[in-house]
Design a protein around this ligand. Structure first.
Ligand code: GLU
Length: 426
């Protein structure tokens, strides 16, 4: 029995469906899989703030702790106008599966505020963050729930989270968040970790199919932290980034875009890739950003928001491999259509797990009051991605499952085993 009093949104419905399918494959009792699906805690909070002009405005925020059986809840905080309760729950479920699949001693969480950070000043954003943290304060802590950056948040936001929490406790608690600035106990390599993991996943799936990343044509949706690092690192491996899109539209180049120049342009004022003066602008406007997937390519990396690729985009998609840098970028219909066409999909809970893997390394450094060097952190992220790919690939081959189904089964199994061993209170 589920606990909804209204129809769940698509992303929640689809991840719950995937967990039930995994539960069925594992022959788990219905009572067990339904317990694992239900979030442990869902906090909805009101965030009133004073604007710079003295007027007041109110936002709504959520923090969902989906699973805390294997360790502290872990997952990002998202600032975006589309943030809502069900999407936050679905993203928290994905985090539980991700940490379980990656064998990190962590649970799964997600938080967010329904706000467009681009419409707020820096001071207003700080007030939103501080008020949000004070509303969920009792549930945070290095051993309870550890937030991190996600869409619309960054290291500065994490610094405010750390400060607000530390003020309440009475001393500095760097371990309450990850993805914070280096000067506050952040980790070297955290910035690039998700993109590094995405590129490693692409390289491993190429290898498993008897080829390599070198010379491959890649299209990327999103040029934020994940997409930008994926482009930089993939270009470094000799791949050609033939198309990139963001909220402004799509740029393309058959020869491969000059990624270094694109990074320089977007870091020094260009608000969109289409304003960078790099490559050819082939479409404009946020509604056209998915046109990047119809460019001739070998690998597609959706690194923006969930639900970006539906049936139409999937039909037009040219690549043979999809590496999910974003969380939930394919709708279930698109996933089915692409599977039928033989497109190989490397699912989000593995493909973008470099970020949370590095967050875990940041937590380890905070617990030990140490700072590791960047090569050590990067090597550890890459080694974890390799070890888990090996397990995922073998499991999918041996059992005739897609990577997505195999990843769900492995994640659910780790959650179910931990649940079983701990037993049920009372
Ligand atoms: N927001 C990132 C994710 O979706 C990172 C979470 C974390 O590091 O806790 O995986």
């Amino acid at each position: 029995m589920t606990t909804h009093d209204h129809a769940p949104d698509k992303s929640l419905e689809s991840i719950e469906y995937r967990m039930r399918e995994a539960g069925r494959w594992l022959k788990l009792e219905d009572g067990v899989i339904e317990t694992l699906i239900a979030p442990r805690r869902v906090l909805e909070v009101s965030i009133p703030i004073r604007r710079d002009d003295g007027t007041r405005v109110r936002f709504t925020g959520w923090r969902v702790q989906h699973n805390i059986t294997r360790g502290p809840a872990k997952g990002g905080i998202r600032y975006h106008p589309s943030v809502n309760r069900d999407e936050t729950v679905s993203l928290a479920v994905a985090m539980s599966l991700k940490t379980a699949l990656m064998n990190l001693p962590l649970g799964g969480a997600k938080g967010g505020v329904a706000v467009d950070p681009k419409l707020l000043s820096e001071h207003e954003l700080e007030r939103v963050t501080r008020r949000y943290v004070s509303e969920i304060f009792a549930f945070l802590g290095p051993d309870k729930d550890v937030p991190a950056p996600d869409v619309g948040t960054n290291a500065q936001v994490m610094a405010w989270v750390m400060d607000q929490y530390s003020i309440g406790i009475g001393h500095a608690v760097p371990g309450v968040v990850t993805g914070k600035p280096l000067a506050l106990g952040g980790s070297l390599g955290r910035d690039s970790a998700t993109g590094r993991g995405v590129v490693e996943a692409a390289s491993l799936v190429c290898q498993a199919n008897g080829t390599s990343l070198e010379g491959k044509r890649i299209v990327i949706q999103g040029f934020g932290n994940v997409g930008m690092w994926a482009a930089r690192l993939a270009a470094g491996w000799g791949a050609k980034i033939v198309g990139v899109s963001d909220v402004g539209g799509v740029i393309a180049s058959e020869k491969g875009l000059d990624v270094q120049a694109l990074v320089r342009a977007t870091q020094s004022g260009a608000t969109s890739v289409v304003d960078a003066g790099i490559g050819e602008v082939v479409a404009r406007g946020v509604q056209n950003s998915t046109k990047v997937f119809s460019l001739p390519s070998d690998i597609a990396m959706p690194c923006a928001l969930g639900g970006a690729i539906d049936k139409d985009e999937a039909t037009a998609l040219a690549a043979k491999y999809i590496i999910e840098g974003a969380n939930g970028p394919l709708t279930p219909a698109a996933d089915e259509l692409l599977n039928d066409r033989g497109v190989i999909v490397v699912p989000d809970i593995y493909a973008n797990a470099g970020g949370v893997t590095c967050s875990y390394l940041e937590q380890c450094q905070n617990y030990a009051h140490l700072q590791w060097d960047e090569d050590e952190v990067n090597a550890s992220v890459v080694n974890t991605m390799r070890a888990v790919f090996k397990r995922l690939h073998t499991f999918s081959q041996e059992n005739g499952l897609t990577y997505r189904a195999a990843a769900s089964v492995l994640g659910v199994k780790a959650l179910a085993d931990a649940h079983q061993l701990r037993g049920l209170h009372p």
